[in-house]
Design a protein around this ligand. Structure first.
Ligand SMILES: C[C@H](O)[C@H](O)[C@H]1CNC2=NC(N)=NC(=O)C2=N1
Length: 90
């Protein structure tokens, strides 16, 4: 799958930042239940896509990094998953 420029990708996603080979965002929720609810909904979508996030949760915060390991960079799969996260978080 074709790799995209992470900076270009991040510019079109609210609150996302582009790194060398990834895009990243910190999501904040009202409490742990909301954060974990978000992670649960995304886990189901991600597994159906066979495309899994790197993420770290403490209480109401979820730090997300998206990259496509098989491609060694950011691909359309990361864009699709980031968009699903935006929908699930709002
Ligand atoms: C074998 C399996 O399909 C692959 O390892 C999938 C699983 N989930 C994945 N997730 C991510 N983020 N990148 C991948 O390249 C990837 N590959």
């Amino acid at each position: 799958m074709k790799c995209l420029d992470p900076k270009d990708v991040a510019q079109n996603l609210p609150g996302w930042t582009g790194g060398d080979d990834f895009i990243t965002k910190v999501f904040k929720f009202g409490d742990f239940a909301e954060a974990f609810g978000f992670m649960t909904r995304i886990a189901i979508i991600a597994d159906k896509m066979d495309h899994h996030p790197e993420w770290f949760n403490v209480y109401n915060r979820v730090d997300v990094t998206l990259t496509t390991h098989d491609a060694g960079g950011v691909t359309q799969k990361d864009v699709t998953l980031a968009e699903a996260m935006e929908t699930a978080a709002t």
